[in-house]
Ligand binder design. Sequence first.
Ligand SMILES: Nc1ncnc2c1ncn2[C@@H]1O[C@H](COP(=O)(O)OP(=O)(O)OP(=O)(O)O)[C@@H](O)[C@H]1O
Ligand SMILES: [Mg+2]
Length: 334
Amino acid sequence: MALLMPTLETPRPFFLLMIYGTMLGVVLVVKNLQKRYDKFIAVHDVSFHVQRGEVYGLLGPNGAGKSSTIRVLSCLAKPDSGSVVIDGSDIVQEQAKVKRTIGIVPQDFALYDDFSALENLVFFGRLYGISGRDLKIRAQELLEAVGLLERSHEAVGTFSGGMKRRINIAAGLMHKPKMLYLDEPTVGIDPQSRRKILDLVKTLNASGLTVLYTTHYMEEAEELCHRIGVIDQGKIIAEGTLAQMRQLAGETAPIRLELREPLAASQLEQLKTLVDEIIAEENTLTLFARDPKDALSGILQMLSSFGAHVHHLELDEPDLETVFLKLTGRRLRD
Ligand SMILES: Nc1ncnc2c1ncn2[C@@H]1O[C@H](COP(=O)(O)OP(=O)(O)OP(=O)(O)O)[C@@H](O)[C@H]1O
Ligand SMILES: [Mg+2]
């Protein structure tokens, strides 16, 4: 017994390391990816990675190269150069393994309008080799998860855009993938359905699913994504957490003040010593400071020493729109 104990106990830390080793780490590695359509380069030298358990956002305007990237990552188009490895498998050499690992929810609906919701899911499940009782059970579980169990037997052609999108998400999950690609899943749907889809993505992610999410809505990227890659004209032009992105745009975050009365010219001159720039319009001041939060207390002290009354104060957190504007000189949405 005494001899046995050490042999039973010693493997434990190693065993735990093995379990957690498979849960942590990187699922998707994209290196120097290029995708061309004839001579036009839609994706230039794109590199990023996605950690297991994270929601990674590819944020970019129309035509940025989001869907082209997703198509390559889904084995639907071949890369012209670069490499993509998903859960240890190369997307060109080991397509069968890759296809088992990923679930795809394409930008355009991929559903049969004449089939019911259940029949669609059963159809996609069969494509992935699921059969028998498991097939129907899985389809019903997913219909419940996306909130459409009561509509199981209705033809998908009668569904709203938001409902179709939820069925498409369920179809992408039939084979229990480790990672889900969602290509602009909320475009063209009503706000209520959009809310349901965003909440569904959060729930799926909380249950352990890794997600690659493309969007041109910065507020979605801000709400959902642990890390964001900003893509424009086929290139990733910035990458990081929301906080890192905000830091990147921090210098341009304005402080807006509404005063009871305009400041005198001499007072404005004094205030200018505390910040980089002031735009004064009647009794409204917009101030730009390198570190707006730090500058704020000094500004308020000085205004109080002038006897000025502040009616309203706004300190906007710089958002991804500001980051994009700063990096490209253009707005994310035209
Ligand atoms: N099959 C194709 N043949 C030729 N050019 C294409 C093809 N598919 C996409 N492109 C071009 O490649 C560029 C990137 O397109 P892509 O669809 O990847 O962008 P996107 O970021 O998904 O845009 P959106 O937000 O509009 O969906 C665009 O200039 C587009 O016109
Ligand atoms: Mg697209």
